[in-house]
Design a protein around this ligand. Structure first.
Ligand code: IMP
Ligand code: MG
Length: 421
């Protein structure tokens, strides 16, 4: 029995939801370790589409689901998702770590206010309050899930935080969208409803591992949105890289057996920030439409571009993937042109990975390798059904990253998946 991490290798939206769902079938426990409801994971099962923001995608399989200490929890969203699952007849066992931080209405107010104040320099956040919530965690003025579920503690913590947040919003000439009293009354009720889900996720996951159960650790967002190693400041406020599974759950390094890097066959980004291989115009529109590249959380059109191997090699260094899952290969099918960036030119130098200093990334020019375009057949039952040109493309990704491709996905449906070993 193994412990697996599934993490995004690009800017998020790589198709992690589908890959997690795939591996969840054999898992006992599925746990999320980072982010919050800025994430949007789409899982399609037998004509039903599930969209998750907070609850691990493993809920579709009714596996034991955990939300670790590293996740920001919006209790309103959590309840909506539980309702949605109930309507679909799914009642997964859920544990939320009491150490996880809670997104409060004033975090959402502040997220909007800060973005507005930034004007053109905005990050393009999902406006879900993620940044302000994790800022409070670091400043030690946050409210944890444990606080939320204990109304006396909650009243005190809220009282301390509220005065500060009111002052902070004043800087932006704003007032909290709801009063402290309203917030207390709504959120203490939410806390009461959610109390039964409180559980020590670190303990549960470690116990599951020692009992030789199959554990899946589900990452949100992608490597280049990491607050340290991504394209700062155009990043999220947590760590989507695989290492965050350890700190986001509360477990040791040597417990991980596999680390699956999810790579979209091209690249997308939602929100601002550098994107060296970005495409524009009709060709980009075509890929966007074909790939349904509109945000699961915000509905925003995603920026699209060619696959970037310099990015993937960097992702490999940051995550040490044991295997890759390539998703959305079907979106490249039938295109007139197919390219991937294999190196960057900067001054007289050729770079094979991304520079640490973003100023250099902005100046670097992607160097492309052209590929023969391919058209996928209607039916793909095994790897040998893939056209030679598609195989060439996949071999290129495998060769240049040095990581074996374990999964090739070519559609949203579960059946549109090849497991290669
Ligand atoms: P935040 O996480 O809402 O603060 O947004 C910060 C940046 O990360 C913005 O560019 C968002 O569009 C991006 N982002 C956050 N979550 C996701 C995600 O799940 N997929 C893709 N982009 C995301
Ligand atoms: Mg997404």
């Amino acid at each position: 029995m193994t412990t697996k991490i599934v993490a995004g290798a690009q800017f998020g939206d790589e198709g992690k939801g589908k890959i997690v769902d795939f591996f969840s079938r054999s898992a006992d426990t599925v746990a999320r370790f980072n982010g919050g409801n800025n994430a949007g994971h789409t899982v399609v099962v037998a004509k039903k589409t599930f969209k998750f923001h907070l609850i691990p995608s493993g809920a579709v399989q009714e596996k034991k689901c955990c939300i670790g200490a590293g996740v920001a929890v919006d209790p309103r969203v959590l309840l909506q998702e539980l309702e949605m699952l109930k309507k679909q007849g799914k009642t997964p066992a859920l544990s939320i770590d009491p150490r996880a931080h809670v997104i409060m209405p004033y975090h959402i107010d502040l997220d909007g206010a800060k973005e507005k104040a930034k004007g053109k320099a905005k990050i393009g956040t999902t406006k879900r309050g993620i940044g302000p919530c994790f800022a409070d965690r670091a400043a030690r003025t946050g409210i944890t899930f444990g606080d939320l579920t204990d109304s006396r503690r909650f009243r005190k913590r809220l009282n301390e935080a509220f005065a500060l947040k009111e002052k902070e919003l004043k800087i932006y000439e704003m007032k909290p969208s709801q009063s402290e009293r309203q917030t207390f009354s709504e959120y203490s009720a939410l806390g009461k409803k959610l109390r039964k889900f409180s559980g020590d996720v670190s303990l549960e996951v470690n116990r599951a591992i020692s009992e030789k159960k199959e554990v899946l650790l589900e990452g949100a967002q992608g490597t280049f949105l990491d607050v340290d190693f991504g394209t700062y400041p155009f990043v999220t406020s947590t760590h989507p890289i695989a290492g965050a599974a350890l700190t986001g759950i509360g477990m040791g390094v040597n417990k991980i057996d596999e680390c699956i890097g999810v790579v979209k066959a091209y690249c997308t980004r939602v929100g601002s920030g550098p994107f060296p291989t970005e495409l524009s115009g009709k060709f980009a529109d075509r890929i966007r439409e074909k790939g349904a590249e509109f945000g699961t959380t915000t509905g925003r059109p995603r920026r699209v571009g060619w696959l970037d191997l310099t990015m993937l090699r960097t992702a490999q260094r940051l995550n040490n993937f044991t295997d890759l899952a390539i998703t959305k290969l079907d979106v490249l099918s039938g295109l007139k042109e197919l390219k991937a960036c294999n190196s960057l030119k900067l001054g007289g130098k050729t770079l094979r990975e991304w520079p640490a200093d973003l100023a250099q990334l902005y100046k670097a020019k992607p160097q492309y390798r052209k590929f023969r375009p391919f058209t996928l057949p209607e039916k793909i039952a095994s790897f040998s059904d893939l056209p030679d040109a598609a195989v060439e493309y996949l071999h290129f990704v495998q060769g240049e990253t040095g990581v074996p491709i374990k999964i090739v996905s070519f559609g949203a449906k579960r059946s549109s998946t090849l497991l290669l070993y």
